[in-house]
Structure formats: C-alpha cells, structure tokens
Write a protein that binds this ligand. Structure first.
Ligand code: ATP
Ligand code: MG
Length: 487
C-alpha cells in the first residue's frame, strides 16, 4: 500500500528492477507489454480490486497473462494474492475453499451454464524439501497423516501438500513455465515478471523455471502440462527449450504415483481444449506416446484411423468456435472400434443386434475404462451414444419420434454424422435424420413414408463401405447446440 502511494506521487519508472533470491523483479509498463486492458475479464478485475481495497496484494496471474500477452483470448482467469484462503473467502459472497494438496478459493459469479469461476490462489512459499514432512508410501496410505500437514513430500520428491504461504517472488519461482509466471495488475496495468517470461514469450520459448528434472519430480503432472502448452503454443511457433524437453520421456515412470483421477483430468485437457491433434503430435515427437494414461495411449495409437482423426479434428473445431465439448462423446469415438469388433463377432454368432451391442459395450468398459471412480455419468452417456446407433436404422412407426426426443439425441446424431463422414454409414441416413430432427410432425410423417420406399440402409458395422456415397460435407443438424452436456 505504502509502495503504491509512493508510486502514485512519484509516478512509476519506465521499468523498475529489484533483485531477490527468487528471480529478478521486473515491472513492465503497458507501453512495453502492450496488453489490452479491455480484454481482461470484468470479474477477475473485480476480484483483484476487492482484494486490493482490503489491503492485500492481488494480480491476474498465469495462463491468462500469457495469453493476453500473446494476443490469444484466455479461457479462464486466475488471481494470485497474499491473502490466505480464509481471508479471500471472507471478502466474497460466493467463495469456496477447495483442494487439499493445493488449497485455493473459487469465487463464483453468475449461475447455471453461464456461471464463471475465478480461481484465487495464495502466494506459495519457496519449497525447501529438506524442511518438509517426509511421507513414505503413496498418498492413499498416508491420507490421515497428511491431513494436518502444510508441506509434505514423498520419498521421490513429489509434493503431497503445498499449503505454506509466502511472498510473491517465492510464488513466482513455484510456478511451472516462465511464460506462466507473470502477474498483471489491471489497476496500474503493470506486468510483474521474475523469470524473463516476457522475453521468452517474445522468443517463443517454453522454459521450465529452475531445474526441470527437480520440477518434474516435485509434480510429475508438469510432464503432461509441458505437452499441453507445447501443443497449444505450437500454433504460434513456440518450442520447448532443450533442457525442459530432454528429461520428459525418461521421467514418465513418475506418473505411476499420481492419482488416476488427476491423470484422467489432465488427459481431457490435452484432448478437449482445442489442441487435440497438436497434442498427439507433441506426444509422438517427445517420445511420450505410451505410458501417460492407458486411454491416451489408445488415442495416439488410433490417431491415423479416419474416425478418431475426424473426432479429434471435430473437437478442435468446436472448441475454436466456442462450442461446448463433452468427454463422453470423444471417448465414445475413441473406443468405437472396440465396440464394433465385439458387436460384429456377436452378430456373426447370431446374437440379436441389441443384446450383441450391449454385451460388447460391457466388455469394452471392463477392458478400457476400468475403475475411474465418480465417472458413472460419463460411462452412461457413452453407452447411450453407442446404443442409439442401431436405432437410427429404424425409420418406421413411432421409433424416430421417440429417438429424436431423447436427451442424448444430439450426441448420438453427431456420432452418426461422424460415422457417415468417414463412410461407415450412408450419408443419406445422416441427412435423413438431420431433416427429421428439424421438421414439424407432418413433415416427419412424410419423411417416414419416404424412408419406407428407399432401399434399406444399414448402420451396422462396416455396412456402408461397399455402397459409399461420394463424400460431401453438410453442417450438422444440431447447429450451435452442444452434442452432450459437460461431464
Ligand atoms: P490454461 O490456459 O490451460 O488455463 P494455465 O497456465 O492458466 O493454462 P492453469 O492450470 O489454469 O494453467 O494454472 C494457472 C497457473 O498456475 C499456471 O499458469 C501456473 O503458473 C500455475 N500452475 C498450475 N499448475 C501448476 C503446476 N502443476 N506446477 C506449477 N505451477 C502450476
Ligand atoms: Mg488457467
């Protein structure tokens, strides 16, 4: 506050520098960094202002600053402050302290689908692992022990609890990449940079702060984050710095101790934030095509198959157009080949189509999804998308009317459309359903009559290959609607 007051009176220098043990504090004015303040989310500004008015330090931080600096539009806004989670919570009407390993506060604005969460993290202190509580074994066995600890590491150096607060320079050193470790004050419009993030952004370098090997050891999920940012920023010409990239493939084993749910979430971030194809390319380039997460291995193995490639490209396109995407849809696409094999083999043994499909799906879940607990809805949605596929063939009586009313119709239809695009079913079948979904009741009856007079179309596995119509693209019937709701 005093510093702010002095700065107000004297005016800020063009670029002021102070040296600490944790990098060199550089304050970069708006004229130099060029961030457009109008692009900063109002709610993030509100959080920063509320904290500053209460006497705390507060900045927009991390990916939002990086993206603003690079002219990209940030997907979310994070705030860093010297207020403790309890102090933050006390300042906002709807604020929730979340996380155990890494406690933060979610400040929530708006409701329902339109709601926005600003994540507020308290500056973390420098981690001196020698001073931390040493925990033997994995996180599961030591949960009760961990409950009372603020800073704990396991025998490989993995940080299990990271809740010791400290000054901003120490917080900056704890962040992962130099371009992710800049702070922006929307009031003064100054950018605070301790690790040359601004320079690296200019040079298009993704550089881990500190010793990359030690940083991957502290938190092996940084291995996956390196892939994600390398993929996302490759469109701008960014490259992983040599020392940051080199240890990656040799450190994969460390991921074995990371909870499955965290790995699953990171996999989804690789695949569903608009850079799925680029992420797979990075995984291949960096020698990480196997061993991060079993389902991700399957994605990489199948990326050249037309259906999976089309699904990843479609996901990237949807994200770039600001449309929602759902993990159930993408994973249903990735595992469809297995479902088809099991379905086909049962059909050839004369099992009727529906039970054949049902049994095949059970088998695929058993083999591929395993026990990612809390994913019941995801699995249910995938099953529904798959089970709808043979129903698209039944264009008689009341079946189409009830199918089109199903909550998951759009997801099932988008799936059918992708199958049609790769020649797995007739395009005319997808076109028919598109028309049907948009038509009124009378026109729907006409369409059913019309379908009766057509030669039968089959959506069963591989049926359309022989009679494939010439490829053409049509907009999806669902327009801007989400294929399924978020899981
Ligand atoms: P995105 O654009 O995908 O949101 P991001 O950089 O904002 O990317 P977040 O996961 O939202 O990533 O994290 C916000 C910031 O918190 C990061 O920019 C980084 O400074 C810090 N951070 C997050 N996860 C880690 C981690 N595992 N290790 C070190 N720092 C991290
Ligand atoms: Mg972020």
């Amino acid at each position: 506050m005093i510093k702010k007051f002095i700065q107000k009176i004297l005016g800020k220098p063009q670029s002021s520098i102070a040296t600490t043990n944790f990098g060199r504090r550089v304050e970069i004015p708006a004229a130099v960094h060029g961030i457009n303040p109008a692009l900063v989310d109002e709610r993030a500004i509100n959080v920063v202002r509320t904290l500053q008015d209460a006497g705390f330090e507060a900045y927009v931080v991390g990916g939002a600053v990086r993206d603003l600096l690079l002219g990209l539009s940030p997907k979310d806004f994070d705030v860093a402050t010297d207020a403790t989670p309890e102090e933050v919570k006390g300042l906002f009407r709807r604020a929730f302290i979340i996380g155990r390993r890494f406690r933060i506060v979610h400040v929530v604005y708006g409701r329902g689908r339109e709601h926005e969460v600003i994540e507020v993290s308290t500056f973390r202190a420098h981690l001196d692992n020698r001073a931390a509580e040493q925990v033997k074994g994995n996180e599961r066995t030591s949960k009760s022990e961990l409950a009372g600890m603020k800073h704990a590491v396991d025998s490989s150096g993995r940080v299990l609890r990271d809740n010791v607060w400290g000054p901003q320079d120490e917080d900056a050193t704890r962040r992962d990449f130099t371009v992710n470790a800049m702070y922006y004050d929307p009031e003064s419009q100054y950018l605070v940079d301790y690790h040359g993030g601004m320079q690296d952004a200019k040079k298009k370098i993704l550089r881990m702060i500190g010793d990359p090997v030690a940083r991957y050891r502290e938190d092996p999920v940084r291995i996956i984050r390196a892939v994600r940012f390398a993929a996302k920023l490759s469109q701008l010409g960014f490259k992983l710095e040599g020392k940051t990239a080199k240890p990656l493939s040799g450190m994969l084993r460390l991921l074995e101790d990371v909870p499955q749910s965290r790995l699953f979430d990171e996999m989804l971030k690789l695949l569903q934030t608009g850079h799925a194809l680029a992420s797979v390319a990075q995984l291949q380039q960096l020698g990480l095509q196997h061993g991060i997460y079993p389902l991700l291995d399957v994605v990489v193995e199948r990326v050249e198959t037309p259906f999976v490639k089309a699904a990843l490209a479609d996901t990237d396109r949807r994200v770039s157009e600001g449309k929602p995407v759902a993990p159930s849809f993408l994973l249903a696409c990735v595992l469809w080949a297995d479902v088809k094999v099991g379905w086909d083999s049962r059909l050839s043994k004369r099992v009727p189509p529906f039970p054949a499909l049902q049994e095949s799906i059970d088998e695929v879940f058993e083999a591929r999804i395993g026990d990612v607990s809390g994913r019941g809805k995801l699995a249910a949605d995938m099953r529904e998308i798959w089970m709808m596929q043979p129903r698209f063939e039944k264009r008689i009586g009341s079946t189409p009317f009830s199918l089109v009313e199903q909550a998951r119709f759009r997801a099932g239809f988008d799936f059918l459309r992708l199958r049609a695009e790769v020649g797995e079913v007739e395009l005319t079948l997808a076109d028919w359903w598109q028309e049907f979904s948009l038509a009124d009741d009378a026109a729907r009856e006409d369409l059913i009559q019309q379908a009766k007079s057509e030669k039968p179309l089959s959506s069963s596995p591989n049926a359309a290959k022989a009679r494939r119509a010439p490829r053409r693209r049509k907009p999806t019937a669902t327009g801007d609607s989400p294929p399924v709701d978020a899981n």
